[in-house]
Design a protein around this ligand. Structure first.
Ligand code: NZQ
Ligand code: ZN
Length: 380
């Protein structure tokens, strides 16, 4: 096992009607809140009203920034930070999925000291201060509610990248599975693919960390067991809560302790390239890219893929394991090829070019220039 540090300062409140306890933690944070949310799901499922009531009951002045899109863009972070500065915001309340919460986390380090969010993401500026973020999660997928990362895209430079620092952990996260009842079937499935992809990224890092392997395998088994049930029964509290907690645990550090790196992340970077080019939902890019990446890397990491297969699917070799993963994603109606996402031959070159321009490699089993063509072929 490698040396490691465990640091996770996020206080998570999980469960039914947990929002009603928000008042207790609000007052010490200040008098002015910036409320950030997406395109409107928060208004139709009731969580917006529930959160605003909590803030009003504490006499908090609210400024709002809404309209954050899925696959969030840096321009919204800039405008939200500006709004935060104008209103002398003391803390941020982010209500939504990964796109909203990621934007809020980045904004939180660009307000007190006025920094450009893209400069921060590109490590040209290092934030020294933040304002607290309260995350109210409405979609089980990314794990952003209990980690320090934000992933945003910049259409001008054609990059979708991740960035993280300790100042960006949410101070509090509220996870009430009831507010995920309204997540549509496709987004529910993408979230499940995403959480499995996070555990796989960790699993394919270098270093021996058996307990972390077992956590990862258990999270994948939990997701596979619950997936068909939660999709068939979207308003079942028990299923929604199990998938929500699995998604949080898949990227809060517990699958990585003792490994040499936090994960490979090559598949995520391929997925981000596809989202950057075509605005595909994050999970849909992963259900295409993961099987392709595993096929490409099969010879190199045969033992790891086989171990995963033995412990999760009861398979006896790497090929069968990859096939089980692909079948599982397809069983959730997630795409497993770019053709299913309506791409054709004519798109191949621009994908290869962007992979190359943005130097997509992953951290462990690094992709080389000649791999780009192969992986794009495998994704078709
Ligand atoms: O905009 P609204 O109207 O809120 O609709 C959203 C959006 O259209 C909708 N939605 C969210 N909660 C809902 C709901 N619809 C009905 N009921 C609800 N309760 O779902 C759509 C997708 O939302 P989004 O926030 O984009 O989804 P997700 O949570 O999957 O986040 C994806 C983003 O997170 C990044 C991804 O790259 C992507 O940009 N990631 C962040 C990570 C992190 N911070 O650690 C790690 C991940 O690997 C990932 O890269
Ligand atoms: Zn992801």
């Amino acid at each position: 096992m490698e040396n490691f540090t465990v640091y996770n300062p996020t206080c998570v409140f999980f469960g039914k009607n947990i929002i009603q306890g928000m008042q207790k933690i609000i007052s010490p944070l200040g008098r002015k809140a910036l409320l950030i949310y997406g395109k409107g799901s928060v208004k139709s499922n009731g969580i917006y009203d529930a959160v605003v009531k909590q803030l009003n009951d504490c006499g908090i002045t609210i400024a709002e920034y809404s309209g954050i899109k899925a696959n969030p863009v840096i321009d919204d972070a800039r405008k939200a930070a500006e709004k935060g500065r104008e209103n002398q915001t003391d803390f941020i309340v982010a209500v939504g999925g990964g796109s909203v919460i990621d934007t809020a986390k980045l904004v939180s380090v660009c307000i007190k000291e006025p920094l450009d969010p893209w400069d921060v993401m590109k490590s040209k500026m290092k934030p020294r201060t933040n304002i607290p973020v309260i995350a109210v999660l409405t979609l089980a997928a990314t794990g952003t509610e209990m980690n320090p990362y934000a992933v945003l895209q910049n259409p001008e430079t054609k990059e979708k990248i991740g960035f993280g620092m300790n100042l960006m952990y949410p101070k509090y996260s509220f996870l009430d599975p009831q507010y995920t009842y309204s997540v549509p079937k496709d987004q529910t499935a993408y979230g499940i693919v995403d959480l499995i992809a996070h555990t796989l990224e960790a699993y394919f890092a270098y270093g021996e960390a058996q307990l972390s392997d077992r956590f990862a395998e258990s999270i994948i088994k939990e997701a596979i067991e619950i997936a068909p049930l939660v999709i068939a029964n979207p308003e079942n509290y028990h299923y929604r809560s199990r998938i929500m907690w699995a998604a949080t645990c898949a990227l809060n550090g517990s699958t990585s302790y003792g490994r040499a790196t936090s994960g490979d992340w090559g598949v995520h970077d391929i997925g981000h390239t596809l989202s950057m080019l075509y605005d595909f939902p994050h999970g849909a890019t992963l259900s295409v890219a993961y099987p392709a990446w595993l096929k490409l890397q099969k010879e190199k990491i045969e033992d790891r893929i086989s171990l995963l297969g033995k412990n999760v699917f009861g398979t006896t070799n790497a090929g069968e394991t990859i096939s089980e993963i692909e079948k599982f994603f397809a069983s959730l109606n997630c795409p497993v090829s770019l053709k299913e996402l309506k791409l054709n031959e004519s798109h191949k070159t621009e994908i290869i070019q962007l992979l190359s321009k943005n130097k997509i490699t992953g951290y462990n089993h690094k992709l080389k220039e000649q791999d780009y063509t192969k992986i794009v072929e495998l994704m078709f």
